[in-house]
Design a protein around this ligand. Structure first.
Ligand SMILES: [Zn+2]
Length: 227
């Protein structure tokens, strides 16, 4: 197992902590076995929510007992004769592996991994777990971070456009008469669209989208508040 004092030697013999952490992370994102993935995710979430392993143990000593009994050490003599390699083997191999038991076993490996604090997730955008490379990282990848910021600025733009459309509709609201058009909403939508309202964005002015009579009638209350 990955024992800090023994890290180099174990690394040469088995998966390095990096490789092992990546494979645990892959398990957390494994869509092939959703019930196993979700059971493991639930444990990881409890650990991340608790803030530390110590707090997690304090919150649920029974669970911790299961975690610590999930594996037993298997000692192997190595070439020098002076040192021993320790490999964990599942301690309940004969029992059917429920998703919960399976998850506890994987979680136990995670608690032994010296890099475990780099595991983060779920990403607020794609829900994946990931290994963070920087302290402040919130999203799993650059593309998720960029997409999230694009959708935030889209939301800001949408809101600004809506306000501009409502203001424009309010300007035309009192000008409508039945002589101009029998349908007020239809007439106002035509005026609003003809006025080519624009909104200011950080990339300059942008024309607002076209409105429909339905938009006007649906927002009649909002529009009249602005008249
Ligand atoms: Zn993501």
């Amino acid at each position: 197992m990955i024992n800090i004092a023994d890290e180099k030697r174990v690394s040469a013999r088995g998966p390095t902590p990096e490789v092992q952490l990546q494979s645990l992370c892959d398990v957390l994102n494994d869509a092939q076995k959703p019930e196993y993935r979700d059971a493991f995710r639930a444990l990881v979430k409890r650990w991340l929510d608790a803030g530390s392993l110590k707090q997690m143990v304090a919150n649920d000593p029974g669970l911790w007992l299961d975690v610590s009994e999930a594996w037993k050490p298997y000692f192997t003599p190595i070439e020098t004769g002076a040192a021993w390699s320790v490999t964990p083997i599942p301690s309940q191999t004969k029992l059917p592996s429920t998703p919960e038991k399976w998850a506890i076993r994987h979680f136990a490996l995670l608690t032994l991994n010296p890099l475990r604090d780099k595991l983060r997730g779920p990403c607020p955008r794609c829900q994946s777990y990931y290994i963070r490379k920087r302290e402040t990282k919130v999203y799993c990848s650059k593309s998720c971070g960029n997409a999230a910021s694009a959708s935030r600025s889209n939301a800001v733009l949408e809101k600004a456009q809506r306000q501009a459309l409502l203001r424009s509709a309010a300007k035309f609201w009192p000008q409508w008469t039945e002589y101009k058009h029998p349908n007020r909403s239809f007439w106002i939508a035509g005026r609003v669209n003809g006025s080519h309202a624009r909104v200011r964005t950080k990339n300059g002015w942008k024309p607002v989208k076209q409105v429909t009579a339905k938009f006007v009638s649906r927002n009649a209350v909002e529009i009249q508040k602005r008249v």
